[in-house]
Design a protein around this ligand. Sequence first.
Ligand code: MRU
Length: 354
Amino acid sequence: MINIEWRKDTLVLLDQTKLPTEITYVHCTDWRQVAEAIKMLRVRGAPAIGVAASYGLILAAMEAGRLEVPFSEQLTSLYEFSETLKETRPTAINLAWAVDRVISLVKEHVESMSSMSEVVELIRKEAIIIHEEDVSLNRRMAEAGATLFEGQKNIRILTHCNAGALATGGLGTALGVVRKLHENGQLERVYADETRPLLQGARLTAFELHEDGIPVTLETDNMAAYAMQHGLIDAVIVGADRITTKGDVANKIGTYGVAVLAKFHNIPFYVAAPYSTFDFTLENGTDIPIEMRDDYEVTSLHGVQTAPNGIDVLNPAFDVTPHELVTAIITEEGVLKPDYEESIDKLRQIVEAK
Ligand code: MRU
């Protein structure tokens, strides 16, 4: 199922807020609609919002080009629009990474350009590259992740949130590995946490695995401990929204709890993420900005009130799993193991050399 598609001056996004009961698409012809779609989680998942934002920049450049001002002022407007797009969600670094990559490219070539139509064309090409690159990163991560399970059969994986095709431009990060294990005939089943409060696990992970005929069992978040205690889980694989140079991992709220449980039960805890999810400028997970979302996500369920009026609510959308709890990080360049300061620095060098 296609979740992001650039179709002749329009960004078509699968509206994930309507899944699993409705398959509807949002047609964005204005970059503000892309910003709204990211903010409202119509498109979500770290790599997917990066890809969507890069296409959004084509629309931003088109709008800037329609302003009846000199080229230099049109560029200033594009840069302002790009800042607004970048600020729609703070935790997943892929969003800022994608916007910065595109805008840096524009700044690099601006001297040789004289009209916004040239800028639009440059951004269009780069957005397509970012999208296609994500597809291939997912494939390479899937291959790398599968090496952790060589010789194993009947593997049962627990995952939290959605790190699948719906969250990326391709197969998925964590679910890319799951798909590879399924293809190899090694996977018994996936246990999907429902992922409170927005149910990405129930609405999205269970949906996409079920659609693809991959055995999946849905459990509420508080059943993960039971599943581990009863020997139902061989490994945990999750995605990530940002990884620091120390190997601390921000991911959907609840991931940290799953990692603590995995440690207690001696179950490996793997994180799958492409280079664009690493924040090479940040050392400590405690410095990762955590998005706090609206109270109604906790006080209601699908529009039905489930808590008293006026109740105080805590609603961080992400938490940080300290590197000590992470058994390995699966990347497109292979599997990173502790010492993460060293292995992540090697990844940085590979990325910078490209
Ligand atoms: O708030 P969301 O749904 O965008 O959060 C998504 C997650 O936390 C995913 O696990 C993460 O982005 C990895 S996606 C490959």
